[in-house]
Ligand binder design. Structure first.
Ligand SMILES: Nc1ncnc2c1ncn2[C@@H]1O[C@H](COP(=O)(O)OP(=O)(O)OP(=O)(O)O)[C@@H](O)[C@H]1O
Ligand SMILES: [Mg+2]
Length: 253
């Protein structure tokens, strides 16, 4: 069964058609990349999937593990096992890294099989997995005093502890240094081992190379789904020279 199925999802804002009949699926342990130019609708698609305010008035249906979650709230989707790593990760004033990751650990999805719990990381191990020293970071606040890259890494550690069914990663490499990019690869590999499905939004060919499948989104349309290299080649050959189709089309109200 597909873990995530997106069926004919369309989204309009004012008279701009942001998403247009998007169909996409994700299997267990699969990495499905979404690529496309700035303004193509990649982040908007992830907001629709997460059920964010302002992105609920879409057409089409969303299924998680065969269950129709289209009408679910953000919290209900999170409980069902859908999590996201944001392009710009959130800040939480007054919460320490230790408390924030502790909450993630408490909300972890149960991956026990045959009565045996699959090894779960501790908060400190999760920090080490994203190359942040627990000694240095556990007592820090998850606020603006953390750099953008540090916040992204703390968020990734949080997802690692939560072990969702499906994770959407919106440009996990943006603002991240070379060392940490290697860590992202290791974490994605660990997600795959657990059978977690990953929707991976990226502009990086290096990150794209770990995907099993890729879809090219342009002006709210999926214009190609295939192997990562097929999608990347199509993008280079057909899209880079085309400036007309980057942004949402204006449509009649
Ligand atoms: N709430 C909104 N109201 C009006 N326009 C919106 C809204 N949300 C998104 N858009 C527009 O929809 C288009 C798609 O935006 P989106 O952020 O999804 O692009 P993206 O593919 O993630 O781009 P990038 O690669 O720059 O992150 C943009 O033109 C954006 O301005
Ligand atoms: Mg985006």
């Amino acid at each position: 069964m597909e873990l995530l199925k997106i069926e004919d999802v369309s989204l309009k804002k004012g008279n701009a058609q942001i998403l247009n009949k998007v169909n996409l699926s994700l299997g267990m342990g699969e990495v499905h990349a979404v690529i496309g130019p700035n303004g193509a609708g990649k982040s908007s698609l992830s907001y629709v999937l997460m059920g964010l305010e302002g992105y609920n008035d879409h057409e089409g249906r969303i299924y998680l593990e065969g269950k129709d979650i289209t009408g679910y709230s953000v919290t209900e989707r999170a409980k069902a096992g859908l999590t996201m790593g944001w392009q710009e990760p959130a800040r939480f004033e007054g919460i320490s890294v230790e408390q924030y990751l502790g909450i993630s650990l408490k909300n972890a999805q149960d991956y026990s099989r045959n009565g045996r719990k699959i090894l779960q990381h501790t908060v400190s191990e999760a920090l080490e997995k994203v190359a942040l020293s627990p000694q240095k970071y556990l007592k820090r606040s998850v606020d603006k005093s953390l750099s953008g890259g540090e916040r992204k890494r703390v968020e990734l550690a949080s997802i690692l502890l939560m072990r969702p069914r499906v994770v959407i990663l919106d440009e996990p490499d943006s603002g991240i240094d070379t060392l940490a990019i290697e860590k992202i690869f290791e974490i994605i590999e660990e997600f795959k081992q657990l059978g977690i499905g990953i929707l991976l939004i990226t502009h990086s060919n290096k990150i794209l190379s770990i995907a099993d499948r890729a879809s090219l989104l342009c002006s709210g349309h999926i214009i190609k789904t295939g192997s990562p290299s097929e999608a990347a080649d199509y993008y280079t050959d057909q899209c880079l020279s085309c400036i007309d189709e980057r942004y949402p089309r204006e449509v009649a109200e």
